[in-house]
Design a protein around this ligand. Structure first.
Ligand code: WT7
Length: 661
């Protein structure tokens, strides 16, 4: 059985929650008295109108009893940006560093205090208002990891606009689709950004996306706000050459924002008013606009950050996630600022200028909490221990992991080599939809097992169900669901509440269904075993088989496509595609290249398949359903394929084993 690791004396001695018993007690209380539990935390914040007692949470998770909904602190009125900035400045944190910003190049860095950040956010908010952005408007953001990205997100929240950040690795097609779906009034971007030695031409991609939004989806973006970023340090004609400039539509950040007043009154928002939306992949292929609201999200982000990272006043915290993903929203922007924390914001990659960049930054900024993804750890492990050992990592106390199950080998490397054996590892399981951590270990409180996500966070009530919806108590494996809402749970899918109910609440009425499987072991640890739907997790990026198949079949030479995942030593999973061709079409390298190019253009570089295999036919049941279970075996070259009696044509399978590239 898997070994149990206890928090070290060092971690326990510093911890605000130093025992397992205390965790269990607090968790119990959070379920028995949610109002008592969360209203205590709510007291720290500024409320224009406080929540009414007795009306703290209401919800319906049972689709058979009517509309599914969740409300927290209904009736309360506040502003998230005000709580993150003005409140902290008033509480004496004005001179505290909010972010150490570290650019792609080690010579390019800066820092910003809470007071200065507040001034910039107010200027930006005034600029947005000048351009006609008001409460409820959507603003798309396609940005590198720079301070202006945080500034514009908070500026939106100050004026009640709903930001929709699109990861700057998505293609112009994806950006166009997302901007059109939410009818964004404004798009915010930068001229470009360096990532390692690669120049990303962000404004050029935005030009294409704005054009496609109009031509393909009939949506017109009124303003494109552009940060002069690359041009600031390395003026390069290259960018100008590739971009167009529309004087009506485009405006430089430096021209719109720099002269604005640093005073900006916040828009007072109802507890359940939208804060932001963020698209995530859906199994039908169409992205889902996950919507988070104001008060509950603020409480939940704050509390998870405080306990999961055990952040304390003098600590320096660093989350390496891009703000284009939920991890960046909650644990780069909202949660650290809500806790008046000092964070590192890093623009570059772990491999530039050398493979020790992460370790060198931990040393440079004396980072105490480091939060990254298993795929990053695995890609760094392969360079050997020397890169890590070059630097002093003594400042570290808590190590976080997120995005996919962490393999025990990477966990042990993380804890022993990076964490010097003294740090706690928090394997945080959560989703875009959950807003914050839902299963995790807590540094001073819970024991750990390499690869297990551990225990529910406060307010979270997990359950395992079998196919028939029966509860599995004690040890066992089943569908991972949650029996009640916590404050940070998403409230709806933007513009499609029916899909929200159908995707998350229809399979097991009364429960929020994660789409993941999990196992409870003899010690009560929860182990997330991976998706139980047609979703794939490549380097921590979730995508659906249908989404990739849809793109592959756009190519006229392709008749049918089936996509499965194959385990990959660094990415976790890699895409393996089977293609049947149309009459007369040849399967050759040019087709493979064309398909890879197409996926890059339609979705983004991170979705490009590792393998594309020719299939004379696909293994199907007599009713025509593709048997992905068998395709996964073929991808693995594992001939132990089990029962094939339901196949319409078993001969296909043998052919596919022979055709493996
Ligand atoms: C899916 C959610 C949560 C922020 C990043 C991903 C998988 C995530 C873990 C973990 C096992 C994990 C699940 C989940 N996942 N963290 N610690 N252990 N699996 O957000 O894109 O919404 O993906 O990522 O499959 O459902 P996302």
């Amino acid at each position: 059985m898997s070994r149990l690791y206890q928090p070290s004396d060092y971690v326990v001695s510093k911890s605000r929650l130093p025992s397992f018993e205390q965790y269990k007690e607090m968790h119990k209380r959070s379920l028995e008295d949610p109002e008592g539990f969360w209203s205590e935390i709510a007291k720290e914040f500024y409320w224009q109108t406080p929540a009414e007692p007795g009306n703290f949470v209401s919800y319906n998770f049972d689709i058979n009893k009517g509309k599914v909904f969740t409300k927290w602190l209904d009736g309360a009125v506040t502003n998230v940006c005000f709580n993150l900035l003005d409140r902290n400045v008033r509480n004496g944190h004005g001179d505290k560093i909010a972010y150490y910003w570290e650019g792609n190049h080690p010579d390019d860095y800066s820092r910003i205090t809470y007071r200065k950040l507040k001034d910039l956010v107010c200027q930006c908010a005034n600029g947005l208002r000048e351009r006609g952005v008001t409460k409820g408007d959507r603003v798309s953001i396609y940005m590198p990891m720079i301070l202006e990205t945080v500034v514009v997100m908070l500026a939106c929240s100050r004026i009640g606009a709903v930001h929709s950040v699109v990861f700057a690795g998505f293609s112009s097609d994806s950006l166009a689709e997302r901007m059109s779906d939410c009818k964004a009034k404004m798009l915010v971007t930068a001229d470009g950004a360096w990532r390692g030695e690669k120049l990303l031409m962000l404004k050029k991609i935005c030009d294409e996306a704005i054009d496609k939004a109009e031509k393909k989806h009939g949506h017109k973006v009124e303003t494109c706000l552009v940060v002069k970023h690359v041009d600031r340090v390395t003026p390069c004609g290259q960018l100008q050459e590739y971009t167009t400039w529309d004087d009506e539509r485009d405006v430089w950040w430096q021209e719109l924002i720099d002269e604005q007043s640093t005073i900006c009154s916040p828009e007072w928002m109802a507890a359940e008013d939208p804060l932001f939306m963020l698209y995530t992949s859906g199994s039908t292929g169409k992205p889902k606009g996950v919507l988070h609201t104001t008060a509950g999200y603020l409480l939940y982000a704050t509390t998870t950050f405080r306990y999961v990272f055990d952040y304390q006043d003098k600590d320096v915290y660093w989350c390496t996630a891009d703000v284009g993903w939920i991890t960046g929203h909650t644990y780069v922007v909202y949660a650290p600022l809500a806790n008046a924390a000092t964070s590192v914001l890093f623009e570059g990659t772990p491999f530039y200028p050398e493979n020790d960049r992460y370790w060198s930054l931990i040393d440079k900024y004396k980072v105490s909490q480091f939060y990254t993804a298993p795929t990053a750890l695995r890609s760094l492990m392969k360079f050997g221990d020397e890169y890590v050992k070059r630097h002093s990592l003594q400042s570290l106390r808590v190590l976080g992991s997120v995005g996919e199950p962490i393999n025990p080998e990477a966990w042990l490397w993380y804890r022993q080599l990076v964490g010097g054996g003294r740090c706690s590892v928090a394997d945080t399981f959560w989703q875009t939809e959950t807003g914050g951590h839902v299963l995790t270990s807590l540094p001073g409180a819970t024991p750990m097992k390499p690869g297990a996500a551990g225990f529910p966070f406060f307010g979270v009530e997990p359950a395992l169900l079998d196919e028939g919806g029966q509860l599995i108590s004690g040890e066992g494996e089943g569908y991972l669901v949650f029996a009640r809402p916590w404050p940070g749970l998403m409230r709806t899918l933007y513009g499609d509440h029916q899909r929200y109910e159908q995707v998350y609440f229809s399979k097991f009425p009364g429960y929020y269904c994660t789409g993941d499987g999990a196992r409870r072991d003899e010690d009560g640890f929860l182990w997330v075993t991976g998706r139980v739907d047609d979703m794939l997790n490549v380097s921590g990026h979730l995508m659906s088989t249908a989404e990739v198949e849809g793109v592959l079949t756009e190519e006229p030479r392709v008749a049918e496509a089936a996509v499965v995942s194959r385990p990959h030593p660094i990415k976790g999973e890699a895409l393996y595609c089977f293609i049947t061709t149309t009459d007369g079409a040849h399967f050759d390298q040019s087709l493979v290249d064309a398909l890879k190019k197409l996926v890059r253009a339609r979705i983004g570089a991170f979705a490009v398949p590792d393998t594309i295999q020719y299939a004379p036919g696909l293994p199907k049941t007599r009713s025509g359903k593709i048997m992905r279970r068998i395709l996964r075996k073929i991808a693995l070259n594992d001939t132990d394929i089990g029962d094939t009696s339901t196949l319409a044509d078993p001969a296909v399978v043998e052919q596919l084993f022979k055709n493996r590239p």
